[in-house]
Design a protein around this ligand. Structure first.
Ligand SMILES: [Zn+2]
Length: 329
């Protein structure tokens, strides 16, 4: 999505709200773009920013060709700064450093833009610091905050931002696009369940870490079915060493969630809905024998709880240990 007209096809409402304010020259000083992965948050943030600096705007569309547009696209514009979580959160030092940089560096214009990824991970102090900076009337500063996790945005941020909700994309259309571009049907279905972003889907599908993650989930289900006494050993020797970063841990749980849903679908004969396993997978039958429907519902709830615990920074090893115990009942 490189132009507003492309954004309008996927996110008509968001596009309308923002482009109207561009037309009226009433850009908000703080946006909160909230939506799932792949719904276009970064594309929209880039478009807003390019529009502010572009040297040859055509109507509302930035030209994509001028020096400013190119530097923004490559992340090298001195007045545009991306902030991403440092580990689990965005810390006040990150904001302080940035503001120092903004104050002293040779600036090309009066305008400055912060694009903040994972805005739900801002610490309270970091958030307050940004808000204070935004409220200085002498500064033409715009913050564009992006989040997948709108529940965790602190109220002081939310109340001062223009909140833009991005709609989830249609998974059937997305799978079609993936298969049209050459991805195998089964892979496309799984990718459709994990992301809404084409590039990310192809990257993920070729990623060896992801392939290992997929196979670890299969092995975990197998261990639950065949050697439940070894599950803890498996978790410590295989699972924990593989899933090191928080996003990897979340991905592991997402895959496990999809696998458990599939076993439930297999139970109730809704094999059309399966995304993780192929319907002829021999493991499915075995897994369905060891996991009753009731047990699966409990497992699904436990996995969702584990995901919430991860988001709240509970120790990841503890999270997966607890989850294992809960699944075993
Ligand atoms: Zn331009």
């Amino acid at each position: 999505m490189k132009t507003w007209s492309e954004v309008a096809e996927v996110q008509p409402l968001a596009s309308k709200i923002i482009t109207n304010s561009i037309k009226k020259d009433r850009i908000s000083h703080a946006y909160l773009l909230q939506g799932e992965r792949g719904t276009g948050k970064e594309a929209i943030a880039l478009l807003i920013t390019k529009g502010l600096f572009c040297e040859h705007k055509q109507g509302i569309e930035p030209c994509q060709e001028c020096n400013a547009c190119k530097r923004i696209a490559s992340g090298n514009h001195p007045d545009v700064h991306w902030i991403i979580p440092d580990g689990q959160s965005i810390k006040i030092e990150q904001i302080r450093n940035l503001q120092r940089e903004f104050t002293y560096s040779g600036l090309e214009s009066n305008k400055k833009v912060y694009i903040i990824k994972g805005a739900d991970t801002l610490t309270l102090n970091a958030a307050n610091r940004i808000l204070k900076f935004l409220e200085e009337p002498s500064k033409q500063t715009i913050a564009i905050m992006l989040t997948e996790n709108s529940q965790s945005i602190i109220p002081t941020i939310r109340s001062r931002c223009q909140v833009i909700d991005l709609q989830p994309l249609n998974p059937v259309l997305f799978e079609q696009q993936l298969t049209e571009q050459g991805m195998g049907g089964k892979d496309a279905i799984l990718m459709g369940a994990l992301t809404n972003n084409l590039d990310e889907a192809f990257l993920l599908n070729q990623d060896t870490r992801f392939a290992t993650a997929r196979s670890l989930v299969v092995q975990l289900i197998e261990t639950f079915s065949d050697h439940p006494e070894d599950v803890f050993l498996f978790i410590h020797s295989r699972w924990v060493p593989h899933f090191k970063e928080r996003n990897e841990q979340e991905q592991g749980l997402d895959l496990l969630l999809l696998a458990c849903k599939d076993i439930l679908y297999f139970h109730i004969g809704n094999e059309e809905a399966m995304v993780f396993f192929a319907s002829d997978d021999t493991l499915l039958e075995k897994a369905a024998m060891s996991f009753s429907q009731e047990k699966l519902v409990d497992a699904l709830n436990a996995i969702l709880q584990a995901k919430r615990n991860l988001k709240q920074n509970v120790n990841p090893t503890l999270v997966i240990e607890q989850l294992t115990l809960q699944i075993q009942g």
